[in-house]
Unconditional design. Structure first.
Length: 448
């Protein structure tokens, strides 16, 4: 990577800017330059260069956020080559990794050291820094979001300083930085507290949605990790019940993985709207009967069970509501679909997360149910997403920071008991707004 200054003369004279798009293709920007650092020293130099020139700077690891959290029209850091495991503490289970490391690669490498992350989301495309900064999560009533697995981290602040923070060092910064939205600095290295590598016994099967909702607490409490997907207008939900086991691996075959994730999960279920238009009776038959004979019971490495491939590109909105409100929220959602006549082309997903104490975590101070909706990238989402968000706000829903939402500082700040505590740390580390952008100004406000 070469570090250089763009030609100046009182003002930038730029003849050609770079082009940047996110994974889903719903976000675009034209930064002055996209840099690809491979060392911490290079990141420090770039932050200092941005500061000297009065430019803003943002970083990304996988471009998988659907919100504008990583956008910049000045400097962008592509951290995909800053992706090495730095240190493994085999005695205590601490693993230090550079911030651009993809979760998929990290999980495979952790296994070779005999370790695993205690919980993961349902995809592994994100970088570890992106997952932490946006509060990404898996599912399980006794498991927190991924940021709760962080033991310590190094942060590059607005003047190029490098801070170590943990529960024992720079505690106030560590407390807020675990879910920082990229507003406090560039994450350099992250130390995770890992578990000894483990297998999961997975049972994936269709269950009538009404039965799932009636017995929801039993499903959540009797499994370490429970979640379900539901394609609107279908009778059954696709449930996933995952629990630790000492049994050896008995993985799905390649065909079974393809059938479950691609054929059923992506292609058939997500093309039913087209069938609705062409052949309504066939669509009704498929919706009633597609999942009836589907069942998988297998054992595999934890990260292979937690995560799945997603072949279809989509946009997503995800809200976090009190776990106790899950049943009411589902009933209100079904009524909303009936009243509007909306028939979503993609399924909804419901997961469950333990409470934590992180200021901007979506699960701060309450046990949480996450409720996610999806549409393909080419579909019009405005009416569906706005209506869903209005519904979620009735339950004091908190939006996922990396997913689409339409809220602002004024509508968000009352939802987070430690909101002001985060703002104090933000002003301390980035007084001039070096790491801000339009999205952060909207959801966090201007630095005052």
């Amino acid at each position: 990577m070469s570090i250089h200054a763009v030609q100046t003369g009182g003002q930038d004279r730029v003849t050609k800017r770079q082009s940047w798009d996110n994974w889903a293709g719903n976000l675009h920007s034209s930064p002055i330059e996209i840099f690809r650092p491979t060392t911490e020293d290079e990141i420090v130099a770039l932050v200092q260069q941005a500061a000297n020139r009065g430019l803003r700077i943002k970083a990304f690891g996988a471009k998988h956020s659907f919100s504008g959290i990583a956008i910049s029209d000045d400097y962008i850091l592509d951290l995909t080559s800053y992706d090495q495991i730095v240190e493994v503490d085999s005695v205590n289970g601490y693993v230090t990794v550079q911030s651009g490391k993809k979760l998929s690669h990290l999980s495979e490498e952790l296994f070779t050291y005999g370790f695993a992350m205690e919980d993961m989301g349902d995809i592994a495309y994100q970088s570890i820094a992106g997952a932490i900064s946006t509060g990404t999560h898996g599912t399980g009533a006794t498991f927190g979001c991924i940021p709760t697995q962080v033991h310590s981290m190094r942060i590059i602040t607005a003047d190029g300083s490098v801070l170590n923070c943990s529960k024992d060092e720079n505690q106030d910064i560590f407390h807020s930085a675990r879910v920082s939205l990229g507003a406090l600095g560039i994450l350099s290295t992250i130390t995770l507290k890992c578990e000894t590598a483990f297998n999961l016994h997975a049972v994936e099967k269709p269950i009538a949605l009404d039965e799932v909702m009636t017995n929801l607490d039993d499903f959540v409490d009797s499994n370490e990790h429970f979640e379900f997907f539901w394609q609107p207008n279908m009778q059954n939900a696709f449930t996933k019940q995952n629990n630790r086991t000492t049994r050896p691996e008995e993985p799905l075959t390649d065909w079974e993985n393809f059938k479950n994730d691609v054929l059923i999960g992506d292609f058939i279920a997500n093309n039913l709207v087209k069938v609705d238009r062409i052949a309504p009776p066939l669509s009704r038959f498929i919706r009633r009967n597609l999942p009836v004979t589907y069942r998988e019971d297998y054992v595999d490495r934890s990260y292979r069970v937690f995560t799945s491939e997603r072949k279809v590109k989509f946009v997503e909105m995800e809200y976090f509501i009190p776990r106790a409100a899950a049943k009411d929220a589902m009933e209100r959602y079904r009524t909303f679909l009936q009243q509007t006549g909306i028939v979503p082309s993609m399924s909804i997903e419901m997961r469950f997360t333990a409470a934590d104490d992180i200021p901007l975590s979506m699960s701060t101070d309450r046990e949480t149910c996450s409720f996610a909706i999806h549409l393909r990238t080419h579909e019009r989402y405005q009416q569906y997403f706005e209506g869903f968000e209005t519904l979620m706000r009735e339950f004091d829903g908190r939006p996922h920071w990396g997913k689409m939402h339409f809220q602002t500082k004024d509508t968000l700040m009352h939802l987070y008991p430690q909101w002001e505590q985060f703002q104090v740390v933000r002003k301390k580390l980035d007084p001039d707004g070096r790491f801000t952008n339009a999205y952060l100004n909207r959801v966090l406000g201007q630095i005052e």
